[in-house]
Design a protein around this ligand. Structure first.
Ligand SMILES: *[C@@H]1O[C@H](CO)[C@@H](O)[C@H](O)[C@H]1NC(C)=O
Ligand SMILES: *[C@@H]1O[C@H](CO)[C@@H](O)[C@H](O)[C@H]1NC(C)=O
Length: 459
């Protein structure tokens, strides 16, 4: 058997409860049932264990015989078929993941009983129990070790082609297999578990694009830990602009809600979401001419502006087309409260006249502080945000023509923002926030729960 020394992975494990001061952006709890599905899929259903058992080399079984017995030898013993009716998982606090696989192995060999050649079939039922523990966390990776691997034999049936079977053969086979098989099987389990860990961490530690705006790099933040009820994983999510720097986030304490009867709960902290939303909402602007077809309040807004201009500036042009530029200002502020998510966002609205000679007369620069309430949904592995406008506070930043009272513009500016800005914002947010691939568990029928500082996704 090739010895594998693998660094690189994993997910189950040991003693530590996270005690670091800065909380990672994301935390999750995985139920024993989900771990069973994950391991059973990765080890049994895809044939990984089966495949690695093919190379099992079983030692010959020999008995020199004695006064009463003829010598016996069984050579060329090999695996014909392996079945694994069941895989079960228990999470042991402070130890790791205890995995038990029920196995039925069918072996075949060439027997020589005295001078009689025989084909010998052996059917062995057993269960293999191994404690899987992680150690040596280093930049997103951990090493996996198998502790206390144990094989418990159930029935062992020996069949000879001739049908002649003596008790001594049965005992001999039983004793020899009980001595050799556990070591062989446990080293296969060790190899397989290491491969599975590499595969799972390879999907967990990943850089995922966020539309064209940038990326989120997910990485295991510390050694996984087990309580009796769940396997806990903390993840870092580094949010980075394309060709730019990482948008920092520092997480406030916010504990995961209890898993209840769910498979998985993934918690995203407010500051992480804030960084992700800041990435998605790039500093964009849109400029257009305030013509009646531009939006439904365009005519009224133009009239209200021109009335204010006329009152202040008799020499100002009044018939030239009015242009509008809407631009993001500052960073969005994401706030999670019990059952409520809001984004505060500021935009600048510039109203100006572009003269034929190309010169620009800035009439008004307004600032709109928007309160957006956000609803969430999950599609595939993405968190989608649907904002709707809940409040607008409009203020005057400056006016080159001396306008100071803008209260007559407020209702029209609201229409402007609803019709021209919100669709732009929705378009940007439609890329969604890519979620980490937690052990391949799909987000099917996911529920979203919002509490102070934390968004929890239950599957
Ligand atoms: C967000 O905006 C609302 C209304 O504009 C305001 O009351 C609230 O204080 C703002 N929240 C934060 C955290 O600034
Ligand atoms: C601003 O204009 C509105 C009418 O458009 C008026 O009712 C209000 O009193 C004015 N405010 C000030 C501070 O002049």
């Amino acid at each position: 058997m090739k010895m594998f020394k693998l660094f690189g992975v994993l997910f189950f494990c040991g003693l530590l409860t996270p005690s670091q001061e800065v909380l990672p952006g994301l935390s999750c709890a995985v139920s024993p049932g989900a771990m069973r599905n994950v391991l059973s899929g990765a080890i049994l259903q895809n044939g990984l264990l089966q495949q690695h058992l093919q190379s099992l080399v079983l030692p010959n079984i020999m008995d020199e015989g004695g006064l009463l017995n003829a010598p016996i030898s069984i050579t060329g013993l090999h695996l014909v078929k392996a079945q694994f009716p069941e895989l079960s998982v228990m999470l042991l606090p402070g130890i790791g993941v205890q995995m038990t696989i029920a196995a039925k192995l069918e072996l075949r060999g060439n027997g020589l009983l005295g001078l009689l050649p025989e084909i010998i079939d052996i059917i062995a039922d057993m269960s293999i129990t191994a404690n899987i523990k992680c150690t040596n966390y280093e930049s997103g990776t951990v090493q996996v070790v198998i502790e206390d691997c144990l094989c418990i034999f159930g029935a062992i049936k020996v069949k000879l082609l001739s049908g002649l079977l003596s008790l001594s053969i049965n005992d001999l086979v039983h004793n020899q297999l009980a001595g050799t098989l556990p070591g062989l099987l446990c080293s296969v389990i060790n190899v397989v578990v290491n491969l599975v860990n590499i595969q799972l961490l390879g999907t967990l530690n990943a850089v995922i694009p966020v539309g064209t705006a940038g990326t989120i790099q997910y990485q295991l933040a510390s050694l996984p830990f087990t309580s009796g009820l769940f396997l806990g994983l903390d993840l870092d999510g580094a949010v980075q602009q394309v060709g730019g720097s990482i948008i920092p986030h520092d997480s406030s304490s916010s504990a995961l809600p209890p898993l209840m009867d769910k498979l998985l709960v993934l918690g995203l902290r407010q500051s992480f979401l804030n960084a992700a939303v800041s990435l998605i909402i790039q500093k964009q602007s849109q400029t257009f001419i305030c013509m009646p077809e531009a939006f439904s309040g365009a005519k009224q807004l133009r009239e209200a502006v021109m009335t204010l201009v006329a009152a202040r500036c008799s020499s100002c042009p009044r018939t030239d087309p009015l242009s509008i530029e809407i631009a993001f200002s500052g960073n969005p502020l994401f706030l999670l409260e019990v059952k409520k998510a809001t984004i505060n966002l500021s935009v600048m609205i510039q109203l100006f006249i572009q003269r034929l000679d190309g010169s620009v007369l800035s009439l008004l620069l307004l600032k709109a502080d928007l309160g957006l309430s956000v609803r969430f949904s999950i599609t595939g592995r993405r968190l989608l945000l649907a904002p709707s406008l809940s409040s607008i506070a409009l203020s005057l930043e400056s006016s080159d023509v001396g306008i100071s009272n803008i209260s007559s513009l407020k209702p029209h500016c609201r229409t402007l923002l609803v019709e021209k800005f919100l669709p732009l914002l929705n378009g940007l947010l439609s890329v969604g926030i890519p979620l980490p691939n937690v052990l391949g568990i799909p987000f099917i029928n996911a529920d979203v729960q919002i509490s102070a500082g934390l968004l929890a996704i239950f599957v």
